[in-house]
Design a protein around this ligand. Structure first.
Ligand SMILES: [Zn+2]
Length: 142
């Protein structure tokens, strides 16, 4: 089930070259802004806007998928904390932002949306290196 007006359903967002892996009900991508290194989005594969629209079994599986990505990111980026954000105000299609917060974080008490910064879009080889590190670590946790 797709929504013709939805950027996630139409494959416009996230960017294909940021793809990390298929998780089952969802797919993981590196976020386009890597100011917070390892910032990842986990996008539900079909169109839904609210957790309460999912069947209980889907919701449980999605949480397992989100948890696997979070655990992987914590390990790969040596995070002090993972932030989990499910907002959908700008793009109402279920997608989790999983954001590793590192020891070097400029504002550890703030949600990332309140930390003013210039977005960092790493060159393709750096992006691929991060994706490979995440995939390798996830394969060992799966
Ligand atoms: Zn959608």
């Amino acid at each position: 089930m797709t929504d013709p007006t939805c950027k996630a359903c139409q494959g416009i967002w996230p960017q294909a070259d940021h793809f990390i892996t298929d998780l089952g009900l969802s797919q993981a991508y590196l976020h386009e802004d890597q100011f917070f290194k390892g910032w990842t989005v986990v996008v539900f594969r079909r169109h839904a806007t609210e957790l309460f629209q999912l069947a209980p079994t889907e919701r449980m599986q999605l949480m397992e998928e989100v948890t696997l990505v979070a655990k992987t990111l914590a390990q790969v980026f040596d995070a002090r904390k993972i932030n989990y954000e499910l907002l959908g105000n700008q793009l109402p299609h279920i997608h989790w932002h999983l954001i590793p917060r590192l020891a070097t974080d400029p504002a550890p008490l703030e949600p990332v949306w309140r930390v003013q910064h210039e977005p960092i879009q790493p060159p393709a080889h750096e992006l691929q290196a991060s994706i490979e590190r995440i995939k390798d670590a996830m394969a060992k946790l799966r």
